[in-house]
Design a protein around this ligand. Structure first.
Ligand code: C2E
Ligand code: CA
Ligand code: CA
Length: 661
């Protein structure tokens, strides 16, 4: 009568429990029928596809009960006579019929009836079968052994007292746990459907004045159900769709001024499997809270389902910085049952309003498509679909293709800018800076192409090319008798790409003649900001290979001092912003002094970049910073020209005067 599940054994939420056994085989077999019905109900709640008619289940239960109760009562009566105990038991059976009939007459929706039935049956199983039936069976057996009825009853009483209630409670608790999640899920689903229906009705009908007064409160409640996600408290799909519509409808709004981002967590299935569903759910809740703190007040963050989120930013110009903020906050480890977990995501971004797309649903789908395209290219990054004229997405695709082409045609070049000791004139090394000798556009500086691949796999590819090329160049110079240390810029993305130390090791092994200690990796503070422990670990693994680290653009990040102190870098590289400002106002000078002073506190070396004038060099020397790089000495030059520069280079007399005292 009931559609059996496709795989009936696969969903035994209530396995037959030996404690159910009465010792009377026929009765046990019949009880198993009931357990089976319960399992089918559970299956129904858990699977979307199962069709179950409440009427049919109730029918089946009635005919089952009519047969089973009669069978059972015959046995009890035979053993115990028409005793009060048997009569009570009979009454309990009658209550079963009453309950089933009441459910049937209730006129409630199917799913409600099934839920209530489910509830009732679990309790029936625990209390009636476990308690009452077993008591009857035990008493009957004692009587068979020759005990008087009263004595049999007392003995059974003392045997069962305590132990049974413990069993019943334990079983109910287990059942409760097993079923709670499926039932809860279903209840929420129903409540939402109902709320949506009701809301529709409310909006359509315009109820009478009296009703209207109540409606405000009621509507709020309904809205919260209809538009919010119960797990995270964020908006749900409906919620953000409504917000997008509002945003689209704003009259003053310029094309492409808002952004919609579709976000999908990477490898959440694995997390789910290893953490368990409860912890994974908690993780989603914690992530949601962090993200809410990281978005502006006028933005809207929604959980669309599972591990998918959507973010509406009324100000599209914030998309990059906010996504970066989400990325960083997600990377900070979450404490879950003693485990530390961090999360990465992939995202697709569409800008709107756009003449071509006037529908919020379609826009969300576009964002989603863009997300899947991003996923296809790589995890942990994001892609734009520019719905507007400029079509950034298209432009970016072109750029990506062009860079791939450029890599294969060997169009990239490294220029090198010397690092010197201002006072002694010693050449300490050189920083490799990438250029693109583009066939049509000429020599391109990195700002023209690096930002476009900041979160893309190509970033790593380009980065590895730079590492190889620098090491190769060191070899070439070595052969000419010019032994130089080289600094290479490593992007946050490359550093965090997971197997960076492994890959670096591999690259270094291709150049056995080069001592890794001659290679210095310049990283940005923000590269380490995401997840300090992990960054520290990555850096340390690389340092074990022998390479050194500098913190680039020092002073422009937002790290706390204690944070910086833990970063295992050798050198701090003062950003040129502070150097260029130093010969202006007193205030700038004191900032520079502070920064230089910090290096002493941390016990790190310090180097200044962007030294353009003799005066700036003097100031640095007066503050105790001797190492520097900048146009005053040399711009970045082609590698072939560097040996010649070294031969001719002499430091300025104004700088030589500083004797370090
Ligand atoms: P950066 O690491 O801060 O590099 C220094 C930049 O300042 C270079 O610009 C350099 O040409 C410029 N510069 C040097 N001396 C002076 C000076 O005295 N005054 C002024 N105003 N500027 C000076 P460039 O080569 O255009 O590089 C810009 C940025 O691009 C670099 O900033 C770095 O963050 C990034 N970059 C360059 N090459 C690579 C690379 O191979 N990999 C990665 N990941 N990033 C790179
Ligand atoms: Ca640098
Ligand atoms: Ca810099």
């Amino acid at each position: 009568m009931i559609n059996a599940p496709d795989t009936p054994d696969a969903f035994e939420i209530f396995p037959w429990n030996r404690n159910f056994e009465t010792g009377i085989q026929e009765i046990d077999e019949q009880h198993k029928v009931l357990v089976n019905i319960l399992n089918r109900l559970a299956w129904h709640f858990a699977s979307d596809s199962s069709e179950l008619s409440a009427d049919h289940v109730l029918d089946e239960l009635l005919s089952y009960a009519a047969f089973h109760f009669q069978f059972e009562e015959k046995i009890w009566n035979k053993a115990l006579g028409e005793d009060g105990m048997a009569r009570n038991h009979h009454d309990a059976h009658q209550m079963f019929f009453v309950q089933i009939h009441e459910l049937r007459k209730s006129g409630e929706p199917q799913e409600d009836i099934l839920t209530n039935l489910f509830d009732f049956l679990t309790r029936w199983l625990a209390f009636h079968i476990l308690e009452s039936d077993r008591r009857m069976a035990l008493t009957a057996r004692m009587v068979e052994k020759g005990y008087a009825l009263n004595e049999a009853r007392d003995r059974v009483d003392s045997e069962l007292s305590g132990s049974v209630s413990v069993l019943v409670n334990a079983l109910l608790e287990i059942y409760g746990k097993l079923s709670a999640s499926t039932i809860q899920l279903m209840r929420e689903k129903m409540a939402r459907h109902r709320a949506e229906d009701d809301l529709q009705r409310l909006q359509n009908e315009r109820l009478s004045q009296a009703l209207e007064e109540q409606a405000g409160e009621y509507q709020q409640h309904l809205e919260s159900l209809a538009y919010n996600d119960a797990l995270t408290g964020l908006r749900n799909r409906n919620g953000i769709i409504r917000q997008i519509r509002d945003c689209m409808a704003e009259e003053e709004r310029a094309d492409n001024s808002a952004a919609l981002v579709s976000i999908d967590l990477d490898h959440f299935i694995d997390l789910n499997a290893c953490l368990g569903e409860d912890a994974a759910d908690r993780l989603l809740g914690l992530l949601a809270r962090r993200w809410l703190d990281a978005i502006p007040a006028d933005a809207c963050l929604a959980r669309i389902g599972g591990d998918e989120f959507a973010l509406l930013l009324p100000d599209a110009s914030q998309a990059e910085s906010r996504l970066e903020a989400l990325r960083l906050t997600a990377r900070q480890p979450f404490e879950l049952d003693g485990a530390e977990v961090s999360v990465t995501f992939t995202a697709g971004v569409v800008l709107f309003p756009d003449q071509a797309v006037q529908d919020a649903d379609i826009l969300l789908r576009q964002a989603n498509n863009t997300l899947y395209r991003a996923k296809h290219e790589m995890h942990g990054g994001w892609l734009y679909l520019d719905a507007g004229e400029q079509n950034q997405y298209h432009a970016r695709q072109l750029l990506l293709d062009d860079i791939r082409r450029g890599l294969s045609y060997e169009e990239f070049r490294l220029f090198y800018q010397p690092k010197v000791n201002l006072r002694t004139g010693e050449v300490l090394g050189a920083e490799a800076l990438i250029r693109w000798q583009h066939p049509q556009k000429g020599l391109l500086s990195p700002i023209h192409f690096l930002p476009g691949i900041e979160h893309h796999a190509l970033n790593v590819q380009v980065g590895e090319w730079v590492l190889r090329e620098s090491l190769q160049q060191m070899q070439r110079w070595d052969k000419q008798g010019v032994e130089l240390n080289v600094s290479v810029n490593v992007s946050a993305f490359q550093l965090q790409s997971g197997d960076f130390p492994e890959r670096l090791k591999h690259i270094l092994s291709e150049f056995p003649q080069i001592d890794p200690a001659r290679l210095d990796l310049e990283i940005l503070e923000t590269a380490a900001l995401g997840e300090l422990d992990r960054a520290v670990q990555t850096i340390n693994e690389c340092r074990e290979l022998g390479v050194r680290f500098s913190l680039d653009d020092f002073g422009t990040g937002y790290s706390s001092l204690s944070y910086l102190k833990r970063l295992p870098v050798d050198t701090l590289k003062v950003d040129r912003e502070f150097v260029s400002g130093a010969d202006g106002s007193r205030e700038n000078l004191s900032i520079l002094r502070g920064i230089v002073g910090l290096s002493g506190v941390f016990g790190k070396q310090i180097i200044a970049e962007g030294v353009e004038t003799i005066r700036q060099g003097q100031i640095l020397l007066s503050l105790g910073c001797e190492q520097a790089q900048g146009y005053a000495m040399s711009p970045p030059v082609e590698p072939d020209r560097l040996p010649e520069w070294i031969t001719n280079w002499k430091t300025f007399p104004e700088w030589q005067e500083y004797d370090g005292s």
